[in-house]
Design a binder for this molecule. Structure first.
Ligand SMILES: Nc1nc2c(ncn2[C@@H]2O[C@H](COP(=O)(O)OP(=O)(O)OP(=O)(O)O)[C@@H](O)[C@H]2O)c(=O)[nH]1
Ligand SMILES: Nc1nc2c(ncn2[C@@H]2O[C@H](COP(=O)(O)OP(=O)(O)OP(=O)(O)O)[C@@H](O)[C@H]2O)c(=O)[nH]1
Length: 440
């Protein structure tokens, strides 16, 4: 079930990114986090409330000059209106209502989606009065908030939760969901078609079952798969720049729904910034990842070509050292059948459970071989480890210093787990807990 998208729109400087950060909160990096993840200030998954959602901040895409402001706001609002399920329209309560606000409000009024009118920077009760002229927009209700001081945010979330669809708990089904993502034109659709052409037992391809992706169910060696292709069809006619923006949102949706993410890269273009954004998101979403370098046929190659490309990917995506890399051609079909083999391998690891006794054997060895650095001058004691989840494999480690584990030590432990158990292709998460909770 794909998560709903909430988009924040509004003029520059009204507090969009402050609100974004407020709602996203402290992002806990996955354990083998490394420098080089392209963190996008514009997109994040918010998991801390009852219904998880994707938050999109449409601001800050590019520097704005006065005359471009209105145009940019139109584009911004357009993007939000097309992509989002809910819109947060932020205005500045200190500055008061501006013509640009009116213009955007006019556009939003025509959209058949819930719009929350947020008057920000109302830091205290005294300022509430000043916000009344916003009603002249002809709106029935608005929220006066202070993103910076956390005022009115709980009410806002409560109302939001009331309108978001509550999805049933994730069905632990047997279907492997494969999300195919990448920049426009890298060959996603060609790849999907080729892939399905190879699998003779394709069952009921159901095109267009979701709005933004083309879902195809198929079986291979008696295993069931769902291919989620990130659609470019309804995008035809957009400029390249806009296409790229849209493609991030589309990719996000697909990534959220998938177990295994095929990050498709165009061999002809090498690795681009947009590829980094998409991969960074797949990583942060905790998905299993495979790099698929497509259009390999179109490249002038020598003996060192593969090596160079691998180096490039490993350098550019330091945080995904565990992700396999495959070089394919959707046109000739070269190595395309290998994709499903890799998907199977990676999926097995992604869903893998290790026994508590195996885990603790490795864990005890690791903590004895190398002690954790002192935490606030105190010795760190570890009690035991247990796997609490899969997809991705998630471990809880009980310790006397849950807050004080050094990042590099966390990485050390994760690497030991990888050495001992494999986990190729999948991120793993380590969570540290105090001992008390364990007893309770
Ligand atoms: N007093 C007050 N200031 C706030 C509040 N929220 C944001 N600000 C300030 O307003 C300024 C702009 O905030 P941002 O969150 O960067 O605004 P933005 O809408 O993301 O701006 P762009 O990136 O230009 O689109 C910053 O100096 C914030 O500290 C608030 O609730 N109260
Ligand atoms: N030489 C070569 N060309 C390819 C290959 N795969 C795709 N192409 C070409 O690349 C272009 C884009 O392919 P698509 O499959 O439409 O790409 P896409 O990623 O689905 O594009 P969007 O739907 O816009 O996101 C087409 O002209 C394909 O024929 C390949 O392996 N080799």
């Amino acid at each position: 079930m794909s998560k709903p998208i909430v988009a924040i729109v509004g003029r520059p400087n009204v507090g969009k990114s402050t609100l974004f950060n407020r709602l996203v909160g402290h992002r806990r990096a996955i354990v083998d986090d490394m420098p080089g993840v392209t963190r996008d200030r514009n997109y994040a998954t918010v998991n801390k409330y009852e219904v998880p959602f994707i938050l999109v901040d449409t601001g800050g895409f590019e520097p704005v000059t006065e005359d471009r402001l209105l145009q940019q706001m139109r584009e911004q609002s357009q993007l939000a209106m097309e992509e989002a399920d809910v819109i947060f329209f932020v205005m500045d309560g200190r500055e008061g209502l501006t013509p640009a606000d009116r213009e955007v409000a006019g556009m939003l009024r025509k959209v058949n989606k819930p719009v929350f009118y947020l008057v920000n920077k109302i830091d205290g009760e005294k300022l509430e009065l000043a916000s009344s002229d916003f009603y002249s927009l002809g709106i029935d209700s608005m929220h006066t908030i202070s993103a910076e001081h956390n005022r009115g945010i709980n009410d806002l979330i409560e109302e939001l939760m009331g309108i978001l669809p509550h999805s049933p708990a994730d069905d632990e089904d047997e279907i492997t969901k494969i999300a195919v993502v990448g920049r426009p034109n890298v060959g996603k659709s060609s790849l999907v078609n080729k892939l399905l052409g190879f699998e003779r037992s394709v069952a009921n391809p159901t095109a267009g079952t979701t709005r933004d992706s083309i879902d195809t169910h198929f079986t291979c060696n008696k295993k069931r798969y769902l291919l989620i292709d990130t659609a470019g069809i309804r995008r035809k006619g957009k400029t390249t720049e806009k296409l790229e923006k849209y493609s991030v949102v589309d990719s996000l949706r697909s990534i959220e729904r998938g177990d295994v993410v095929l990050i498709v890269i165009n061999a002809e273009d090498g690795v681009t910034e947009q590829d980094s954004k998409i991969a960074g998101y797949a990583y942060e979403a905790g998905k299993a990842c495979i790099f698929v370098v497509n259009k390999w046929d179109a490249l002038q190659k020598d003996n060192a070509s593969v090596g160079r490309f691998v180096d490039r990917i490993r350098t550019e995506f330091k945080y995904l050292p565990f992700a396999p890399i495959i070089f394919v051609s959707a046109v000739t079909g070269q190595r395309v059948p290998k994709i499903i083999q890799e998907v199977d391998k990676v999926m097995t690891q992604y869903a893998r459970r290790v026994t508590t006794s195996d885990l603790n054997k490795v864990f005890t060895e690791a903590t004895e071989a190398k002690h954790a650095p002192l935490a606030s001058g105190r010795r760190v004691k570890f009690y035991f480890a247990t796997q609490v989840g899969t997809k991705p494999p998630t471990f809880v480690i009980f310790t006397n210093q849950p807050e004080g584990i050094h990042f590099s030590y966390e990485r050390y432990l994760a690497n030991r787990f990888r050495e001992a158990f494999g986990f190729e292709g999948t991120p793993i998460r380590l969570l540290f807990r105090g001992r008390e909770r364990n007893k309770a």
